[in-house]
Ligand binder design. Sequence first.
Ligand code: HEC
Length: 398
Amino acid sequence: MELVLTEWLSAILRWLHVIAGIAWIGSSFYFIHLDLSLKARPGLPAGVKGDEWQVHGGGFYHMMKYLVAPAQMPDSLTWFKWEAYTTWLSGFSLLVVVYYLGADIFLIDKSVLDLTAAQAAGIAFGSLVTSWLVYEALCRSPLGRHEVALALVGYVYLVALTYGFTHVFSGLGAFTQIGALIGTIMVANVFVIIIPYQKKTVEAMIAGKVPDAKWGALGKQRSVHNNYLTLPVVFLMLSNHYPLLFATRYNWLIVAIVLLIGPVIRHFFNSRHEHKGSPWWTWAVAAAGMAAIAWLSAAGPAAVTTGALPPPPKFKLVSDIVSSRCSMCHAAEPVWEGIPTAPKGILLDTDEQIRVHARLIEIFAVRSQAMPPGNITEMTPQERLVLASWIAAGKPAK
Ligand code: HEC
């Protein structure tokens, strides 16, 4: 019963997380676009940076941005914050339900580091908090005043964290951890900087004082960071569907490239929206990056260090390997504790099923080491090579 409950809890949380994320990213892309497209012209009210006409859903909108604040507070203000908070709250709950409670399968790979579930969850949560604190310290240090230097240091910092995580957790765990970490930094930017400073501005105005222009500038800086981090974080969150990304030898380098091409693609759109032309070179960089990712992802599992294949095996050997490493979970009645039904409906407990799923076996256990999860049933590199040889020989049925 408990299994069924966590299964449904995870489904509902995922649904909420994706919806909240769409609302958050949607509104933040919208405002970035609006902010960049505002045009200054004579005749605008005092304190207005620029205005812009928009058409949507059968009506016309006349948008204006007051640089610090309007001369008088409006009666009602719409705040944009619960999209971000809900995304984090649902995402963090999902992290606990799936990755911390299911650490044995989803977070730990004992061939990477022999951790208990409690240790793995502790390290994951601890590093989430400390990495955010380090980011906050970097932004507040003198480095924070130099955008390009801060971006470079931030980039190296995230790549170093990724490299570290791939040496502590399973590939899947590492990708989710770095994605969750960037997401946490982004939401913390809203919660700790952007909204509090906006509140200070509003309070100052209600008290009849002139708000400090610095407050808005601080919020703006963090909002720019969030803008550039959005594409990588969404890529990382979707990457768990692609074992060639997270469960191959150069998984950390793949993340390093994604952290580069995400911001480059954003730059293309930011530049266009600001009417500063279309930097088409960004797509060349993105395409080269994607090609590099595809190439790196073909390097195979980290554990398999030789590309030399053994002679093609008899099917009996293939079937023995899959039965002893996979079918305790992927069976009509799994015997693995905590696995109530065959995961994703994939059965690997008969010769016929093994033949039918040869393609999936190739992607999940030969070209990557996504399965067995965290190599929990200790499949050896030799066994993966035997399966590779069987596949290379055209998957003979005998
Ligand atoms: C300890 C239990 C366990 C073992 C052993 C195991 N798997 Fe899995 N398998 C899972 C779980 C859990 C999932 C679902 C993963 C998820 O939700 O992301 C899964 C998913 C899969 C999928 C579908 C993935 C998808 O997203 O479509 C394939 C294919 C697969 N396993 C193949 C294998 C192969 C091949 C082996 C043996 C080399 C194996 N599994 C061993 C638990 C196991």
